[in-house]
Design a protein around this ligand. Sequence first.
Ligand SMILES: NC(=O)c1ccc[n+]([C@@H]2O[C@H](COP(=O)([O-])OP(=O)(O)OC[C@H]3O[C@@H](n4cnc5c(N)ncnc54)[C@H](O)[C@@H]3O)[C@@H](O)[C@H]2O)c1
Ligand SMILES: O=CCCC(=O)O
Length: 446
Amino acid sequence: MSNAPQLKDPSLFKKDVAYINGEWIKAQSGKTFEVHDPATGSLIGTCPEMSRADTTAAIAAATAAFPTFRTTTPRQRARWLHKWYTLMMDHASDLAALITWENGKPTADAAGEVAYAASFFEWFAEEAPRGDGDTISATVAGNRIFTIKEPVGVCGLITPWNFPAAMITRKIGPAIAAGCTLVAKSPGETPFTGLALAELAHRAGIPKGVVNVVTAMQNTVEVGETLTSSPEVRKVSFTGSTGVGKLLMKQSADTLKKLSFELGGNAPFIVFDDADMDVAVNGAVASKFRSSGQTCICANRIYVQKGVYEEFAKRFAEKVKSFKMEQMGANFFEPTVITGMNMQMQLASEETFGPVAGLFPFETEKEVVDMANTADVGLAGYFFSKDLQRVYRVAEALEVGMVGVNTGLISDPAAPGMVKALIKLHKESFLSCQVVELMLSSEAPM
Ligand SMILES: NC(=O)c1ccc[n+]([C@@H]2O[C@H](COP(=O)([O-])OP(=O)(O)OC[C@H]3O[C@@H](n4cnc5c(N)ncnc54)[C@H](O)[C@@H]3O)[C@@H](O)[C@H]2O)c1
Ligand SMILES: O=CCCC(=O)O
């Protein structure tokens, strides 16, 4: 059975070619890899199996384009990003169809992803002209210190399959805004969406060599090594698993690259006795089951205070039972709610990354904050309460980068908090880190 969509613009579906130096090219070796529809297992198409040689060519193109691109005005870069945003929205239904086809997420989630992905271009188009430095009083009378922000240079971008469009645009948006050129590796499981975005970059008139998209499956490690070891690549930005993040960080040590990592999560989701139950149940459904539980910020441990535990469990399970599966089969897992969880169970410490919700009972605020903070990652957290004092207290006590209070949806291109921790860090460190600075070098004195 095939789910092949009828695209309104079939030229967005790029098979056997990737995008280097403004051209659609095959792998130098001629090798390709297969991409399968995760719903049916049927073949979608083949993509170039790019290697060290192809990645080096892409880096060379980005390096050659950088001296000119960095001198373009921020206003011009804003226009390019805005044009790319508009093209994404004009082709939203085709992009969503590609996402569902290769990623398997429900059509509504895919449409939401396209709008979310495009919003990074819109947001960073607006930020591009605002990369100003500071004027600082000096310790010597009469002197002033001026700082300027410079584009880092060529950026290597590696992103995962769970958001084939949004994870790439989240990285490309700030890179272009800052004046950087880039080589993006589209995820092997879901390469076609990234390639469709490259086609739209081309149509938006972004100069050749600025945006390069390579693809690989078997050669992923080789491509990663090439990006992390190249002296021309000044920054690597990676979204994916914690294990691969650690590896890329080690590989980048020899060339002392700037790094931005967005890694795995294990979000606590807390419902206090005084929460609005409708809001809490809807928030849990939105946070846990967005993209079938396959987002890094999905609720992973749902803690419910004893006084409302039974009611919450009943109402939450009823909602989940009402979900309609578009198809069933070997590749699908039924949305599941498990009650009576405890902290010794695997789900308490591992990222589930699927449609399984575990409910843990708790009694006191201190107890639940302690349990919430046991995770060795601190990406996102949520809690539900109507007590204003508790809202501030618990929001500060949770050792995570982003806190959703009385909401299960916290994704927003404007939020600085999409900076992720490999290990626990204090919230202040996250919040001081602005995404718009993602691709800018440290401020340098004039
Ligand atoms: N923090 C975030 O913003 C965020 C967003 C999305 C996903 N994630 C995390 O990503 C994980 C799921 O994605 P995944 O399983 O695809 O992750 P993954 O780490 O296996 O893969 C991510 C990307 O890295 C590439 N890759 C894998 N090994 C590599 C290597 N040795 N060198 C270079 N590239 C390599 C993959 O091809 C893919 O493009 C989850 O842990 C999820 O929480 C985090
Ligand atoms: O999977 C992680 C990213 C989720 C998001 O940006 O909302």
